[in-house]
Design a protein around this ligand. Structure first.
Ligand code: ASN
Length: 313
């Protein structure tokens, strides 16, 4: 299990520093890439009345939702910036991204996956009028560009992590697979099995989950996507979005999601002020874990947040 800074040996501190260099280059590359492509950089928020329900979601395992009262109102810590993205993208910021802290108190047994942390940072972005094709272009461009730059500019670091040869520069376009086809081939545990088999990142589309991902009302097919990276798993999820009031309400009722927790979103949708968009969020620590070949996601966090353990910092 990853240890906090004060308990690392000299050797472990040296490894931590090297991972930190790769992490810094990753953040620098990604933020520049989004800014250069005309995205506005929004600072994140932590407390809001509305946040991601993370329900229903086949991958979610939330043990506790952090809610508190301020000024006589109930607020929640950010589970993801999705609600904020939809509102911001529909109003002032047609192309936006944010690096936001997500607090997800995962069940403690998830410490064993090496892939879950109860606080992490998501690089979330959204494009008004966007599509999977557009999101795919942006993501494949930044992922291939990033690996390429790191292999040149962080060569020594990757070498000292024994990752230089193992980390191949992915070839775009990445393969796209439909979840139904994947389940047929790999069964219910498709995510872990597919992850072990692939040599390049793979998109999986059409995954039943939260109300905000677009679902074709006739065919029932979801216009959403996850990106899996070899050996590690899902580093990104996203979708084209629902924007019509009637559809959103119907899905909330179907899923048992409390409408009162999404009052503003519903009010904007009812006033036809929500606009079609598409976007995604990259789990930054997951991305870095894959890049450096980490043994556990907590290794790439300066202040690890491993499920089940409460740290001083
Ligand atoms: N960031 C994701 C998205 O854009 C949502 C999430 O993290 N649950 O769809």
């Amino acid at each position: 299990m990853p240890k906090p800074l004060e308990r690392l040996s000299e050797e472990e501190l040296a490894r931590k520093r090297v991972i930190g260099r790769v992490s810094t280059s990753t953040l620098s590359f990604l933020t520049r890439a989004f800014v250069e492509q005309g995205f506005d950089w929004l600072l994140p928020v932590v407390l809001s009345k509305s946040t991601d329900p993370l329900w229903p979601d086949p991958g979610a395992s939330i043990e506790k939702r952090v809610e508190t009262e301020i000024y006589g109102e109930t607020v929640r810590t950010t589970l993801s910036m999705i609600v904020h993205k939809l509102v911001a993208c529909s109003t002032a910021y047609p192309r936006l991204f944010s690096l936001s802290p997500n607090v997800r108190i995962e069940k403690r047994e998830r410490s064993a996956t090496g892939w879950h942390a109860y606080e992490f940072t998501q690089l979330d972005f959204e494009v008004r009028g966007g599509s999977f094709g557009q999101v795919r272009g942006v993501v494949e461009g930044v992922v291939t560009g990033l690996v390429d730059v790191l292999k040149r500019e962080r060569r020594d670091e990757l070498m000292s992590l024994s990752r230089l040869d193992g980390l191949g520069t992915p070839r775009a376009p990445f393969k796209v697979m439909d979840r139904e086809e994947v389940v047929e081939e790999y069964g219910a545990e498709w995510e872990s099995r597919l992850t072990k088999e692939i040599d390049d990142p793979v998109w999986v589309t059409n995954i039943p989950r939260e109300f905000y991902d677009f679902q074709d009302p006739v065919s029932g097919v979801w216009d959403n996507y996850d990106l899996l990276v070899p050996r590690y798993g899902e580093v990104l999820s996203g979708a084209r979005r629902e924007w019509e009031y009637e559809r959103i309400v119907a899905k909330m009722e179907r899923d048992g999601v409390k409408k009162e927790n999404f009052a503003l979103l519903l009010q904007l949708a009812a006033g036809r002020r929500l606009r079609p968009s598409a976007g995604a969020g990259i789990g930054v620590e997951r991305l870095v874990s894959w890049l450096v070949g980490a043994r556990h996601i907590g290794e790439v966090q300066p202040f690890p947040k491993v499920p089940g353990t409460v740290y001083d910092l």
